[in-house]
Write a protein that binds this ligand. Structure first.
Ligand SMILES: Cc1ncc(COP(=O)(O)O)c(C=O)c1O
Length: 387
């Protein structure tokens, strides 16, 4: 029966990250710096609140967009943190992680032949969903602009079919953020054009220098903001995300969401409400810890003579391995075989990630120290032609 499977689905490949995980699982004594999730436990007060919800039998379906207390908390959070105004009644949807938020957004706004401009390299979760809509992912080369999708780069890629631009900052896999000025330039370029902006701000609470700034404060009418609790509150397994968009867009996304999942988990929604009210600053201690880990790993890479853009957010570094004359997959495979260190090959993040590797520093300083020692041993061997 396989020949009857939807060809759009058949043409999607499993992610490069997953492929590499499968390889890593065949080795023992591996230090893995591959995972894109916080290494902290979900804060205690959130877990307690969820336990209470279960005990009180809060275990039924909820309104499609989510319970009022979570929508209210989410919109107040966006106001307080980023000065964004959304109406909790009709401009927010509580989703099953940011992943489902991305999916319902694409399915609402894209049609056959639509083009979506994304920075390359980029998180691999977008392209397959774009393809499922019969639309086309257009990767804009950001290697010469420190991985920033700037207004002048976007301009080069706009065609009459461009329907959407994805702005995923702070970025996975590079950790780079856009300044307020850079965002304003993009807003100026796109204002009045019939182009949506999907602003994936899932790492917004993990910005190190300065404050996170959203394009929605300039182009509210065209923007769908995606956020969630996976990274800010270390709640990846609870699966809570959000969309924030004007009512005339939200009401259509809500239909896709309704027929897709009905609603996010009732218990997770309760936990999310608690996270967004009494856990307003739960990300702070984690952020401080990430920042000192970043400094450590960044300095080790610089000492090794490896070129890397210093990130300003999230928990990834994206160093160049181009000078070793190996593809990113070869480099990562040899690194694994020779010294037992796992990182993600850059080509998992589009063709523009070739020549780089992604290092996650969502790990303890002991693990990072051992990881960097192994990387050092490996590049010394490469440099002396012992591999
Ligand atoms: C940029 C980006 N967007 C979205 C997601 C998905 O988040 P969630 O786990 O909430 O679905 C991730 C996860 O790594 C991500 O890095």
């Amino acid at each position: 029966m396989e020949h009857l499977i939807n060809s759009r689905v058949k043409n999607i490949e499993i992610s490069g990250i997953r492929k590499f995980f499968n390889l890593v699982s065949q080795f023992d004594d591996v230090i893995s710096l591959t995972i894109g999730q916080p290494d902290f436990y979900t804060p205690e007060h959130i877990k307690n609140y969820a336990t209470k919800a279960i005990k009180e039998n809060f275990t039924t379906y909820t309104p499609n967009a989510g319970i009022m207390e979570v929508r209210k908390a989410a919109t107040e959070f966006m106001k307080q943190k980023y000065n964004l105004d959304y109406n909790f009644e009709n401009e927010v949807i509580t989703t099953v992680g940011a992943s489902q938020a991305i999916d319902i957004t694409f399915r609402t706004i894209l049609t056959e032949g639509s083009e979506v401009i994304l920075p390359g390299p980029v998180y691999p979760g977008y392209e397959p969903l774009i393809k499922l809509c019969g639309a086309k992912a257009v990767f804009a080369d950001t290697r010469e602009s420190d991985f920033k999708l700037t207004a002048s780069i976007i301009e080069k890629y706009i065609t009459t079919d461009t329907r959407c631009i994805v702005l995923p900052y702070p970025s996975n896999p590079t950790g780079v953020t856009l300044s307020q000025e850079e965002i304003m330039e993009i807003a100026c370029l796109l204002k009045g054009k019939e182009i949506f902006i999907i602003s994936d701000e899932i790492y917004s609470e993990l910005v190190f220098e300065g404050n996170h700034h959203s394009i929605a404060s300039h182009l509210r009418e065209q923007t769908i903001v995606i956020n969630g609790l996976s990274k800010s509150h270390s709640m990846t397994g609870w699966r809570i995300g959000f969309t924030f968009a004007p009512e005339d867009i939200t009401k259509h996304m809500l239909k896709v969401h309704q027929y897709n999942v009905s609603c996010a988990s009732s218990i997770s929604q309760k936990a999310a409400g608690e996270a967004l009210t009494n856990g307003l600053n739960d990300a702070l201690p984690m952020k401080q810890e990430y920042q000192s880990r970043l400094d450590y790993v960044y300095n080790r890479l610089v000492e090794l003579g490896i070129s890397v853009v210093k990130p300003n957010g999230a928990f990834y570094l994206f160093p160049s391995i181009e000078k070793y004359n190996l593809s990113s997959f070869e480099f990562a495979s040899k690194l694994l075989e020779e010294v037992g260190l796992a990182v993600v090959p850059g080509d998992a993040f589009s063709e523009y990630g070739e020549g780089y590797i992604r290092i996650s520093y969502a790990y303890s300083i002991d693990t990072l120290t051992e990881g960097m020692n192994r990387l050092e041993a490996f590049v010394r061997r490469l440099e002396t032609n012992k591999i």
